[in-house]
Design a protein around this ligand. Structure first.
Ligand code: ATP
Ligand code: MG
Length: 198
């Protein structure tokens, strides 16, 4: 049996804020590992600047290389269509009934988006972890969380805030501004070599 943390997102591109968040959640919940799951089609975003899923997956693999407790899964890419977290967790629990799962998010995720099958998702999880993220109110999030039937599944975590976002990185690349140290070096080199986000 393992307690597995899942972190879903577009990862367009993955950045150090994601890695720090995963690390903090792993420590706080004593997770055995964290699996990063890139969306195939993100349900909430306009896909204008979305890189192909294979490139986002490849960057994630570079980002976790060297940390044996971080993994990447292509389960949402394989499934295709809109990537709903509840479908992913249901499939994982069917495939690995011996594991328990906690889902890791930044404070913006529940505040800004309407999640499909959210109550069912909470029911399937050990915990739904919400981490502080600069610019987003934890109090507002706590208020929203208190309205859900599965509110007891929420775990709120204060982490060293990193004001890093993929949106800002894409903008920096397009404007020729530095983005070194915001993403792992291999990811930066891959973005530069392929002229992504120009
Ligand atoms: P974008 O700007 O394109 O939305 P992003 O930086 O928000 O990108 P996502 O792939 O949307 O990254 O996020 C995946 C998950 O990681 C979400 O739950 C999000 O809240 C969380 N996350 C991303 N950046 C941070 C951060 N700096 N601190 C805490 N959580 C973060
Ligand atoms: Mg985001």
């Amino acid at each position: 049996m393992a307690h597995v943390g899942l972190m879903g997102g577009t990862f367009n591109p993955v950045h150090n804020g994601h890695l720090i968040a995963a690390q903090e959640a792993m420590f706080a919940l004593k997770l055995d590992k964290v699996v990063f799951i890139p969306n195939f089609i993100p349900p909430h975003k306009r896909p204008y600047h979305l890189l192909p899923c294979r490139s986002r997956l490849e960057m994630l693999e570079m980002a976790v290389a060297g940390n044996p407790l971080f993994e990447v899964s292509d389960i949402e890419i394989q499934r295709g269509g809109l990537s709903y977290t509840a479908d992913t967790v249901r499939a994982l629990k069917e495939a690995y009934p011996e594991n328990e799962y906690s889902f890791i998010t930044g404070a913006d995720s529940v505040l800004n988006f309407k999640w499909m099958y959210f109550e069912e998702l909470l029911e399937m999880l050990n915990s739904f972890v919400a981490l502080t993220r600069p610019g987003f109110s934890m109090d507002a999030l706590k208020e929203k969380a208190s309205l859900y039937k599965g509110k007891d599944k929420f775990v709120f975590l204060d982490i060293p805030g990193t004001d890093i976002s993929s949106t800002d990185i894409r903008r920096r690349v397009a404007e020729g501004k530095p983005f070194r140290y915001l993403v792992p070096d291999l990811v930066r080199e891959f973005i530069e070599k392929n002229s992504f986000y120009k």
